[in-house]
Write a protein that binds this ligand. Structure first.
Ligand code: JFZ
Length: 488
């Protein structure tokens, strides 16, 4: 009897235990275990940032210039008195506007003859602005090549200009000490073998030819311009390319074998499951994140420990020259603030220019470039080779820091009506000295607050019209007023 009872009790216990196991313990165990890695042949080949000198240089650029130039520049985003920007269209995409017959667009190259193109002047303007690197459109989606290509007739040699524009740009910028990156659109509207998707056997056969064409053109570019520091890929979002992960992987490795240290962003490859930028395991494919286009991360957590750059248009959108710029035009101060914000979050900021077909820039762009350069001349110490400082963001602006320096830079954009800027160093760091970057002999008054925070009180005269930089020299340890408190 007792025995039977015991047995019954035992099975009840077992029943409950099993119940508990399945409802609570098992899910808890499986959740606490790291998700199993998906085995990928064509996923990320490196976890975390590159650690070599070429990438360190890239990381230190801070500010770059993007240039979109091609036969679309001749139309300037307008056709038959209508502006593509009025319907939200980007000028370099005008061929895809149903107002424009393809026959008209595809004959534009016959008029491409930039009489006032002066590559040395372009490079001088970029240098004065403070740009450390250039990304230049060698071929945009329309397929027109600004270099003489052995693999298509649709190139600069058939224009009245004839000369190799890519070479002229690469040489002038390289001579000015600005690193050159080549923009290349994989999507090519001019090529008969380009496909948006691979639905039939014929599509795949055609696209195989297209892949070889792409590889040939890129090889040609790197062989012609061996000083190229990297490639900026675009037009890689279609299914045809997403289904070509193995190819884009081998292509990347091939290109890197041609120029050691070559830098390629995350917009080239897809993994074998069709994921772009990050693979099925959430790891970045490429040397830096290329997804920050016309947007800037809010916090350091948003960049997931990756290198990144943000490319930005001065008008609301549109990269090629547009007679009528779209929406809001960013002011110099906005562009400087974006530069500071990007650098403070460990990224680079790249400002786009869309020269006219004659080779000259819009007056607005010239003015922006000049004003940015004037500011950079005084303050670039807080931009070049600077990174995330790790301090809690405050409303007045952005912190930046150089690796290995006991200094934090405050790039101040918004002075509060109180005139007092709050700072809060990270644990075990305190501010020893504060002064203006522009006049180091002039010390600023620092009032120490509780919890390691401080106020910097600005005089009326300092509540400036231009963003300015304050240097904080830091030391390790606790802020003094705190030590005193600890003793009492
Ligand atoms: C692409 C191009 O289509 C455009 O003409 C320009 O060259 C720009 C730099 O790149 O446009 C994109 C590409 C990707 C995104 C947005 C616009 N994106 O990922 O958000």
């Amino acid at each position: 009897m007792n025995h039977r009872n015991n047995k019954t009790n035992y099975s009840i216990v077992k029943f409950f235990l099993t119940g508990i196991l399945f409802t609570t313990l098992l899910p808890a165990i499986s959740f606490s275990q790291p998700k199993e890695k998906i085995v990928l042949q064509h996923g990320a080949h490196r976890i975390g940032k590159r650690t070599d000198a070429d990438m360190a240089k890239w990381r230190g650029y801070g500010l770059g210039q993007f240039i979109h130039w091609g036969t679309y520049s001749l139309m300037g985003g307008a056709y038959n008195g209508k502006n593509y920007s009025d319907v939200g269209g980007a000028a370099e995409w005008i061929r895809s506007w149903n107002e424009v017959p393809h026959s008209v667009y595809d004959s534009l190259y016959k008029e491409f003859n930039p009489k006032s193109f002066n590559p040395k002047q372009w490079a001088a303007m970029a240098k004065q602005m403070g740009a450390k690197y250039l990304t230049f459109t060698t071929k945009h989606h329309d397929g027109f090549c600004l270099w003489p290509s052995a693999y298509t007739d649709y190139d600069i040699t058939r224009s009245p200009y004839k000369k190799d524009i890519v070479k002229e740009v690469v040489d002038a910028y390289t001579e000015a000490g600005i690193d050159v990156y080549l923009y290349f659109s994989v999507m090519d509207w001019s090529h008969p073998d380009w496909r948006y998707d691979l639905k039939t056997k014929e599509d795949s056969i055609a696209f195989d030819r297209f892949k070889l064409f792409t590889k040939n053109q890129l090889t040609e570019l790197l062989q012609k311009y061996p000083s190229t520091k990297g490639l900026w890929f675009d037009g890689t979002w279609d299914n045809s390319w997403k289904k070509s992960g193995a190819f884009s992987d081998s292509l990347e490795q091939h290109l890197k074998s041609l120029i050691p240290g070559l830098i390629i962003g995350s917009r080239l490859r897809a993994d074998e499951k069709g994921n772009r930028h990050v693979d099925a395991n959430g790891e970045l494919m490429g040397d830096y994140e290329q997804g920050w286009e016309r947007k800037i991360p809010k916090t350091y957590a948003d960049v997931h420990g990756n290198d990144w750059d943000c490319v930005m248009t001065i008008p609301q959108n549109g990269w090629g020259y547009a007679k009528k710029w779209m929406g809001h035009w960013k002011t110099t101060k906005e562009l400087l603030e974006m530069t500071a914000q990007c650098v403070s979050l460990g990224g680079n900021f790249v400002i786009n220019f869309g020269p006219k077909a004659d080779g000259t820039f819009r007056p607005e762009e010239i003015k922006n470039a000049k004003e940015i350069g004037d500011w950079m001349k005084l303050n670039s110490t807080a931009i070049y080779n600077c990174e995330y400082a790790g301090w809690e963001k405050q409303d007045w602006g952005y912190y930046t820091k150089k690796k290995g320096e006991n200094k934090v830079y405050m790039i101040v954009f918004n002075v509060p009506v109180s005139g007092s800027l709050k700072i809060k160093p990270t644990n075990n760091t305190f501010v020893d000295k504060t002064y203006l970057l522009s006049s180091p002999q002039k010390k600023l008054s620092l009032e120490k607050l509780d919890g390691g925070a401080s106020f910097i009180h600005l005089s009326k005269a300092m509540q400036a019209k231009q963003p300015f930089v304050i240097v904080l020299e830091t030391k390790e340890g606790k802020q003094k007023n705190e030590e005193e408190k600890a003793k009492t």
